[in-house]
Ligand binder design. Structure first.
Ligand code: PLP
Length: 390
């Protein structure tokens, strides 16, 4: 029997603030009526400010996997070649979905502990003289590793190679928590989900789509019905939906976007940066005594939404995660794919404050001891010192 507040410290889904829960706690309304249309219009305009785009944002009743798929089936034809920038489990997974649709997915291999080097991408694109590569796919924040990829620099690499490839970016664990500039960085398709920085339940996904991407979609031959951008856009007007609109999600989204605007996006980003730095300082304290370390090696590319913590050889990260959940009612993320048992992941995104983070760090520090993982003491103190000092 768990008591008190469940500390939901996964790197998404994340905890849903009371304000959003209360906003969703209302009766249904006609989704063809003026009241819903006004809510949807407010949401889509506010989403454009969050994505930093003036382009079209299409929404789906789906998880992020749906938005991944929507991007692929709308843009490509069977046999098309795309270049996937490897960053971790999620990047590879997106690529595997492309293969399932008969795309020729080339992976630009990369160390999971470091961001992609844009010059390597530029070199590969320069080699592609006949422009076989139709698109570059990258994940902004690789949620399985906590590494951030340099999206603006990747754009510059594509431009430097004078390559016409479309640029697709997954922002599922960065949007609304870390700065992302769709238009300024020349991103053609941005993939996002509801359950992380937007603080909503799981079940809505988005794609921001540039004019260049819409033009490519007109020529693309992969079959699509539910995901079809043309259908979603209706006869030139924003119809938003294939089927019934998820009205309650829009109630929640309206509130979430108002909350983000009240705080101010830059303040939201600064809050995430502070809490992330406090987390990293705690891990650095645990590092002594041959303890765990931050998985992401490059200090300039450590995520402000998730910290993957690598446990020392011979220790079991899953055990830490289990103890934190069973003993302290704190939910952490586990290691994915080749990182299973090697890392646990602390999510520090969404509606979060200092005591919530400190409670989590204290629970993790206790769980490290109970799971028999060697570590230095003082993680909580290091985080407190940083948070009190700022
Ligand atoms: N991409 C990234 C970077 C993610 O973190 C996730 C989920 O955590 C996904 C894609 C898949 O999204 P979903 O679980 O909403 O389908």
């Amino acid at each position: 029997m768990a008591h008190g507040i469940h500390f939901f410290m996964n790197p998404g889904p994340t905890n849903i603030p009371e304000r959003i829960l209360r906003a969703m706690d209302r009766g249904a309304i006609d989704f063809t009526g003026a009241q819903f249309k006004a809510i949807a219009a407010e949401c889509h305009e506010a989403l454009q400010r969050v994505f930093k785009t003036e382009e079209t944002i299409l929404a789906y009743a789906a998880t992020g996997h749906g938005a991944w798929e929507a991007a692929l089936v709308n843009l490509f034809s069977p046999g098309d070649k795309v270049l996937l920038v490897e960053s971790g489990f999620f990047s590879l997974n997106w690529g595997m979905r492309g293969e399932s649709f008969g795309l020729d997915v080339e992976t630009l291999p990369n160390d999971w502990r470091r961001p992609i080097d844009p010059t390597r991408l530029e070199t590969r694109l320069r080699e592609d003289r006949e422009h076989q590569i139709k698109a570059v796919l990258a994940v902004h924040c690789e949620t399985s590793t906590g590494v951030i990829n340099p999206i603006a620099a990747i754009r510059r690499a594509i431009d430097a190679a004078k390559h016409p490839a479309l640029f697709l970016v997954d922002t599922i664990s960065s949007l609304a928590s870390m700065d992302f500039r769709t238009d300024e960085w020349g991103v053609d398709v941005v993939v996002a989900g509801s359950q992380k920085g937007l603080m909503l339940p799981t079940g809505m996904a988005f794609t921001a789509v540039s004019k260049k991407a819409l033009a490519a979609a007109a020529a693309a031959k992969l079959p699509r019905v539910y995901w079809d951008w043309k259908r979603l856009l209706g006869e030139g007007s924003l119809a938003y939906w294939n089927g019934t609109a998820p009205v309650h999600f829009y109630y929640g989204m309206q509130e979430a976007l108002r909350m983000l605007e009240e705080e101010g996006l830059d303040n939201v980003f600064a809050r995430h940066a502070r809490l992330a730095e406090a987390t990293r300082r705690a891990v650095r304290a645990w590092r002594s005594n041959n303890g765990p370390e931050v998985f992401a090696l490059d200090p300039g590319a450590q995520s402000n939404t998730i910290t993957a913590v690598l446990v020392p050889e011979g220790s079991d990260a899953n055990k830490v995660r289990q103890v934190a959940l069973d003993r302290f009612n704190v939910s952490l993320g586990g290691g994915l794919d080749r990182l299973m048992g090697k890392v646990f992941r602390i999510g520090h995104l969404g509606d979060l404050n200092e005591p919530m983070l400190l409670g989590t760090i204290a629970a993790v520090e206790m769980a490290l001891g109970l799971a028999g993982v060697p570590h230095g003491k003082g993680g909580v103190a290091a985080a407190m010192e940083y948070l009190a000092g700022e």
